[in-house]
Write a protein that binds this ligand. Structure first.
Ligand code: SF4
Length: 154
């Protein structure tokens, strides 16, 4: 997997103070996408074990309390991102108790396949669906367009 940005302290992408990772790779090609540069799977930088270790260490850092981890992109549920994202999320569950995990995807919850559902079984919140320009509403919280849904999964 490749990624574009990692913010060790982020207060924009989800509730509270968070660690946020923007991964590379998205098939949805939404007109008006705010993050077109992330569409190609091979854009950005390699998501190495060192980056993964850094995220775990940041989530465990008691000097700056983080509420949890945000995964966005690009699309963390792109089939080719799933192995790396699952590995990271399983580590967060095992090594960072009490942290929540929020994921943004262009797929809808209803259309996820079995492999993608392995991930949704481990996370707290999924914000799903493509960004649809005609349904854009700046007043929405955590969503860009009104078709998208904030699913509280646990
Ligand atoms: S799902 Fe998100 S990243 Fe992908 S094209 Fe749509 S708005 Fe852009």
């Amino acid at each position: 997997m490749n990624y574009h940005q990692y913010y060790p302290v982020d207060v924009i992408n989800g509730p509270g103070t968070r660690c946020t990772l923007f991964v590379a790779g998205c098939v949805h090609e939404c007109p008006g996408c705010y993050n077109k540069s992330t569409w190609r799977l091979n854009s950005g930088m390699p998501f190495t074990p060192a980056v993964e270790d850094r995220i775990i260490a940041d989530l465990r850092d008691i000097r700056i309390h983080r509420q949890g981890l945000t995964l966005s992109g690009g699309d963390p549920l792109h089939p080719q991102n799933l192995p790396a994202v699952l590995h990271l999320v399983r580590r967060v569950r095992e090594e960072c108790p009490g942290k929540d995990i929020w994921v943004w995807t262009g797929y809808t919850l209803a259309e996820l396949n079995d492999a993608q559902r392995q991930l949704t079984a481990l996370i707290n919140v999924l914000i799903d669906g493509k960004f649809i320009q005609e349904l854009r509403d700046p007043a929405l919280i955590w969503r860009g367009s009104s078709n998208q849904v904030v699913h509280h999964l646990r």
